[in-house]
Design a protein around this ligand. Structure first.
Ligand code: NAD
Length: 292
């Protein structure tokens, strides 16, 4: 069994990006610039955005963090996006989700210029993904594909079961794994909250991608010997014995599942770090597209 260590894979990707940024700067050009908008003060969102900004700094990107109050009007947020769309020095824009209930996430996603949509959520970019055209792949599925590539996990002809069909993880993941690409060509089954016999379906999987947000949902009796298991879940579970008062749990019962697998991602230290690598790669791509 090998542990698909997100730290090792993401570090290798970030080293490559850092070198590319250095060579851009050596040519006297400006560095790529990512702008992040954070609405409110949700603890998990704060952590994610802080980590994205820190990673930008590490590899030499510029970054801006725009903070808005949780009761900000939707029009104000749309206006901020509009300004960033028109700012030539901003290459990538991300609005950290989820947003407060009074703001339409769909409207916000559609307000971002698709050329700066480094999260890959705009319908134009999703459409390109479906058609196999060059686009910004949503960061988490992109990170998973980069991980499969880094550890040279074969996918061709395999049966992949993706649990979850969200627009940000499950759905794009299923499209990527079924695409006619080097790390695609899987036969994909997409499972969701209305799927009966999930256990039996999972038992047929060569690759399981668990993205449902239910801590330790995937148990050993759902996993075939030798399967590859990718755990996307991140849930904060209260734990008085932990320093922060909670622990991060994945969607896979790692302790009982790991020994059955041929490869598995840990949580934390797996897919989360790869998500950031995917986002950084998209931002450099946006910069290159915008400066071509
Ligand atoms: P979501 O709530 O939008 O979607 C969950 C999906 O799981 C839905 O499609 C639902 O149908 C399905 N589902 C729910 N219960 C199910 C069940 N019992 N059986 C089968 N399917 C079921 O969640 P999301 O945004 O896709 O995120 C999923 C998880 O991944 C969350 O824990 C989230 O925090 C985590 N996440 C991690 C990263 C990362 O970087 N590692 C990034 C994004 C999301």
């Amino acid at each position: 069994m090998i542990i698909l260590d997100g730290k090792i894979a993401s570090q290798a990707i970030k080293e490559g990006l850092k070198n590319q940024v250095q060579s851009i700067i050596n040519q006297g050009k400006r560095a790529p610039h990512l702008a992040a908008i954070l609405v409110g003060n949700n603890g998990a969102s704060e952590t994610y955005v802080a980590s994205k900004v820190k990673n930008c700094e590490e590899i030499g990107f510029e970054s801006s963090l725009i903070r808005l109050e949780s009761d900000v009007e939707e029009t104000k947020l749309l206006e901020e996006i509009h300004q960033l769309n028109n700012d030539e020095k901003i290459d990538g824009i991300l609005v950290q989700l989820p947003l407060p209930k009074h703001i339409s996430e769909q409207k916000v996603i559609e307000a971002i210029n698709p050329k700066k949509d480094v999260d890959g959520f705009h319908p134009v970019n999703v459409g390109k993904l479906v058609q196999g055209l060059e686009t910004f792949i949503p960061a988490t599925p992109y990170g998973i594909m980069l991980m499969l590539e880094h550890f040279d996990i074969p996918t061709k002809g395999k049966h992949a079961v993706v649990i979850g069909r969200s627009n940000i993880v499950g759905r794009p993941m299923s499209i990527l794994l079924s695409s006619n690409t080097k790390r695609g060509n899987c036969t994909v089954t997409v499972c969701h909250s209305h799927t009966p016999n999930l256990n039996e379906i999972c038992l047929q999987a060569d690759i399981i991608v668990a993205a449902l947000g239910k801590p330790e949902f995937v148990k050993a009796d759902m996993v075939k010997n030798g399967a590859v298991v990718i755990d996307v879940g991140i849930t904060r579970v209260e734990d008085a014995t932990a320093k922060k008062g909670f622990r991060i749990k994945g969607d896979v019962a790692y302790a009982e599942v790991a020994s059955k697998t041929s490869a598995i991602t840990p949580v934390p230290g797996g897919v989360g770090l790869m998500t950031i690598a995917g986002l950084l790669k998209n931002t450099l791509q946006a910069y290159q597209n915008n400066n071509a």
